[in-house]
Ligand binder design. Structure first.
Ligand code: PAF
Length: 282
């Protein structure tokens, strides 16, 4: 695996590959890799000639300084994991390499997708995501880019970014990877203490029951039921639970059978924020 820190050098190597018609698959990450990330690399390997991963903890997408400072960093281990799955190229830029002297995000308009759910609770988050993903897309110029569905809103926003900026990139969403007990894999899980880690699978358990209830009940009933489950929980604090239409991410008003819905949840375990979602059946 070749490791690059310099964007110009990486971009020129990619250009050479593209001149010989090689297809580039790209998996952007913030490191602290887990099996979910490796699954994205494996998917990328199946459909591309060269697979590029990036590790960059993007400061502009954190609305909380403490969350940024405490974001897990396991670079040596990440490199080994990527080598084990035969990733071809790893890009690990410094903050300066990406932002030069000005660590600020650009302003993006994603037709309102940016103001819902995560956008409402993490102000400026999707400007940061848009800024870094667009920059990385310019450097890596992939044919295909892979994102996990755990960050479903991010996935829809990246699709919108590509469409709005007419980038010749196909954005692929990959199913959520879960631990045996159902907890969605996330780099932030590494920050949970034992007690919090044991409590966290409750999130997916609630989502699965909510999914069942949504078949026969309306969204208000299901939402209130979910809120009740967390009301007296000693370790998990519900930030939001929303049922929304998959594409527009509009909160459901009246169930329409031809539409696809998803339930989205954000929960705090101490100061660690966990998100998850589940596709619903009407
Ligand atoms: O999902 C993530 O890890 C990040 O938001 C991403 C896409 C790498 C951008 O920093």
């Amino acid at each position: 695996m070749n490791i690059f820190n310099n964007r110009t050098l990486l971009n020129s190597v990619i250009k050479e590959y593209k001149q010989t018609n090689k297809k580039i698959g790209f998996v952007p990450t913030m490191g602290a890799l887990h099996h979910g990330h490796l699954f994205l690399i494996e998917q990328a390997k199946k459909k591309n000639d060269i697979v590029v991963a990036s590790i960059f903890v993007n400061p502009t997408q954190f609305n909380n300084k403490e969350d940024l400072e405490n974001y897990p960093k396991t670079v040596e281990n990440d490199i080994q994991m990527l080598k084990n799955v035969d990733c071809d190229i790893l890009f690990i830029p410094s903050v300066e390499e990406i932002y030069h002297k000005k660590i600020v995000s650009k302003k993006f308009y994603f037709d309102g997708l940016e103001n819902k759910m995560e956008g409402k609770f993490r102000l400026g988050h999707f400007d940061g995501v848009g800024t870094i993903v667009k920059t990385l897309f310019e450097i890596v110029a992939p044919n295909n880019a892979y994102f996990g569905e755990k960050d479903f809103q991010q996935l829809q926003i990246v699709k919108k970014l590509v469409k709005k900026h007419k980038l010749p990139i196909s954005v692929k969403g990959c199913a959520i990877f879960r631990e045996k007990d159902g907890l969605a894999m996330s780099s932030r899980n590494a920050r949970l203490n034992n007690e919090q880690r044991n409590a966290a699978p409750f999130i997916y358990k609630v989502l699965k029951i909510a999914k069942k209830k949504f078949i026969t009940e309306n969204h208000d009933f299901v939402t209130k039921w979910v809120e009740n489950q967390f009301e007296n929980h000693s370790l998990l604090k519900l930030e939001y639970f929303t049922i929304a239409e998959e594409k527009s991410l509009e909160t459901i008003k009246v169930k329409q059978f031809e539409k696809k819905y998803r339930a989205f949840i954000a929960v705090f375990a101490g100061n660690i924020r966990l998100i998850d979602n589940i596709q619903l059946k009407n």
